[in-house]
Unconditional design. Sequence first.
Length: 149
Amino acid sequence: MRVVPKRDQILVGLDIGTTKICAIVSEVTDEGMLNIIGVGSSPSRGLRKGVVVDIESTVESIKKAVEEAELMAAVQINSVYTGIAGSHISAENCKGVVALKKAEVTREDIQRAIESARTLAVIPPSEQVGTELPTSRALCRMQPARAAL
């Protein structure tokens, strides 16, 4: 593996498709451009119509594509950016409401608002939450409050 200077940044994209899995390794240049330094692909196993039906086979296909990209780029891949799509993916917007303890919004206040929103979410037992993504904050009160975060 080659030594990557600290100022350089390695970005890896991973595309998990029904027919093949592709990994692409890029290096961010000093000018902010991406220089492609490695690619890898593997036939997709364990997926049917974009849905994982055999997790072990899917993991093996991902590992093969990533290992191929690592070998070409001569770097160790520790994380990737990937997208998830399909008819089985959905999103729900929920509002969380909390009273502020102080005149300034704290991380604790934000966490309590997320918990409040989580309790209002209607999630069928056959589904699960993949991630929670706070999208906005709003203050509504008679006295001014400072949004510190």
